[in-house]
Design a protein around this ligand. Structure first.
Ligand code: MN
Length: 291
């Protein structure tokens, strides 16, 4: 099998706020080469690098907004987020948890720092990933997969090298917890200093790493420090990651969805007509109601 080479190691860009609760580096879509098309099925990756929020009586966050046509995946590393949606659903995403929300035909929701966390303040670190849906599934029923850390598939690596959390997809015979509409691998690799782990994904997959903690080398050559994004070429299948120090790495690899992308704010469809319909449906209350 051929080596999957690093195409680019990309530093975090200038952060911006989403609402007043998420201070994010927008990696996808970003400057060349991180377009929605290049990174398909990953449409967006917002990374709230670790920051310390001071205590607040009024939880920070982002108010009611819609989504249609894709899935939002929230991965909590530090801090806690509470969410509520127009179907009456809600919950808390704690450290180590993942919420996989299929917005599909449409949902209204809000995302705020959880009250207890907000009152105390403290470290906050999250990833929000938007995963595209194939055209045939864009108008399917919304649903949630609330994946608590203790329910997540975990693989202890040999030689005490660390732990692989398999959020989706598979690593060897170990199968991820989330179900997906298209083939996606999403892992948290907790690696001990000096460990060396190998991955293998389809040549045609769009594959990337985000270094959450510590620093790594890829294929024994390319260095990637904390908060950096590693993009792979679409040649070869196999690569290795070496932990230069104790590290936590988000590994993402997905089969591209080869369909047109029409994107407008919180709506991602295939055509402009479908976007106009989404705006109309939202304005006429078809996404439901949420305070
Ligand atoms: Mn949202």
């Amino acid at each position: 099998m051929a080596i999957k080479k690093v195409e680019a190691v990309i530093p975090p860009n200038k952060p911006h706020f989403v609402g007043d609760g998420f201070r994010v580096h927008g990696f996808i879509p970003g400057k060349h080469p991180l377009s929605m098309k290049r990174m398909s099925p990953f449409l967006l990756l917002d990374y709230n690098a670790k920051i310390n929020f001071p205590p607040s009586e009024n939880p920070r966050g982002v108010g009611v907004h819609p989504h249609r046509g894709f899935e939002t995946v929230t991965i909590a590393y530090k801090g806690k987020v509470a969410h509520h949606d127009s179907s009456g659903g809600g919950g808390v995403i704690r450290e180590g948890d993942v919420q996989w929300m299929t917005a599909a035909s449409g949902i209204l929701h809000k995302e705020f720092h959880e009250e207890g966390y907000s009152k105390k303040g403290g470290d906050f670190q999250m990833v929000q990933l938007w995963v595209n849906l194939p055209a045939k599934d864009k108008m399917s029923e919304p649903k949630y997969q609330a994946i608590k850390n203790e329910e997540m598939t975990k693989l202890e690596l040999e030689n005490n090298d660390g732990t692989l959390e398999i959020i989706a997809g598979n690593y060897g015979n170990a199968k991820g917890t989330a179900t997906t509409f298209t083939p996606i691998n999403l892992f948290n690799a907790h690696l001990k200093k000096g460990s060396d782990i190998s991955f293998s994904f389809a040549e045609t997959d769009n594959t990337a790493l985000l270094v959450i903690e510590g620093s790594i080398k890829v294929n024994n050559t390319d260095k990637a420090p904390t908060d950096h994004f590693v993009l792979f070429t679409n040649n070869g299948e196999d690569f290795t990651v070496q932990a230069v120090e104790d590290a936590l790495v988000l590994v993402l690899s997905g089969q591209p969805i080869d369909e047109p992308i029409a994107s407008y704010g919180p709506f991602v469809m295939n055509t402009d007509e479908e976007i106009m319909q989404a705006v109309k449906d939202f304005q006429s209350g078809k996404f439901g109601y949420l305070d």
